[in-house]
Design a protein around this ligand. Structure first.
Ligand SMILES: Nc1nc2c(ncn2[C@@H]2O[C@H](COP(=O)(O)OP(=O)(O)OP(=O)(O)O)[C@@H](O)[C@H]2O)c(=O)[nH]1
Length: 255
């Protein structure tokens, strides 16, 4: 397990302030110290990012959490977590992004965990690969099979727009699909530095929706009530070899 520090802060900040009450303190006695402990809690929202393998889920979440395109990615095994604390209308909220494996064989063991206590879903397809768009109904069905609350915010993201000469998924078609499932469509690129603000805006839009929504489960806790306040970024089983799973050379990333 590899731990990366991409997180900007912890969920619970504890500020201790010491105050000396001089009136009560005899001249030769040590001053009486009153400790005022102020606890502030931040809401944590769990967002799962799903879609076929190689559509750019890791790159999108990395772009949002670290502000850049990763130098190198590998197929996700199980799930990767990334977190970022943001300010939404003067409230600090933490978005916990669950970057899930697109490959079926790397999902099996973790799939139950993805769908527990989810606050929002990001569906990702690759605009240059029609099959990844055609898989979208299957991903929505998977959410339904795991009884995901239909009321939680969902967004559809077409990634890799920088490859403009290879776009194969028509925007109108994608928009119709998004409309029919009552979710907004964003077409973007995790890679294009000029689109960095756009990726930012996508997750900020989601954050606003979350802030104003009334989640079914406490956003102060996550996964089975475990307080994840101190979890930073944890990569679970990043390489196939580490898990004793045979790697598929065809699915190795090109970046
Ligand atoms: N041109 C371009 N390539 C991208 C973009 N986003 C990701 N890629 C590339 O697409 C490949 C797959 O990216 P990942 O982010 O690992 O894809 P993934 O969806 O997380 O894949 P799995 O972990 O297998 O589910 C890598 O080679 C990336 O460099 C993008 O916006 N534009």
């Amino acid at each position: 397990m590899k731990v990366e520090n991409l997180s900007s802060s912890h969920v619970t900040d504890s500020d201790k302030t010491s105050k000396v009450d001089e009136k009560d303190a005899p001249a030769n006695a040590s001053p009486k110290v009153t400790v005022i402990e102020k606890q502030t809690q931040r809401r944590i929202f769990k967002i799962i990012v799903i879609g076929d393998s190689n559509v750019g889920k890791t790159c999108l979440t990395y772009r949002f959490c670290s502000g850049k395109f990763p130098d190198k990615t590998e197929a996700t095994i199980g799930v990767d977590f990334r977190e970022r604390t943001i300010d939404v209308d003067n409230e600090q909220i933490k978005l916990q992004l669950w970057d899930t494996a697109g490959q079926e064989r790397f999902r099996k063991s973790m799939v139950q965990h993805y769908y527990r206590n989810v606050h929002a879903v990001v569906f990702v397809y690759d605009v240059t690969k029609v099959s990844s768009f055609e898989s979208m109904p299957g991903w929505i069905e998977e959410c339904d099979r795991h009884n995901l609350n239909k009321e939680i915010p969902r967004i559809l993201v077409g990634n890799k727009c920088d490859m403009s000469n290879r776009v194969a998924v028509n925007t109108n078609m994608a928009q119709k699909f998004a409309d029919s499932h009552n979710m907004p469509l964003f077409e973007t690129s995790a890679k294009d530095d000029e689109k960095a603000n756009h990726v930012e805006a996508i997750f900020m839009t989601l954050a606003h929706k979350l802030k104003n929504s009334k989640p079914m489960m406490s956003p102060y806790m996550s996964t089975r009530g475990r307080d994840l306040s101190n979890v930073q970024v944890v990569k679970v089983g990043k390489t196939a070899q580490g898990l004793g799973i045979e790697e598929n050379p065809d699915n190795k990333c090109a970046c």
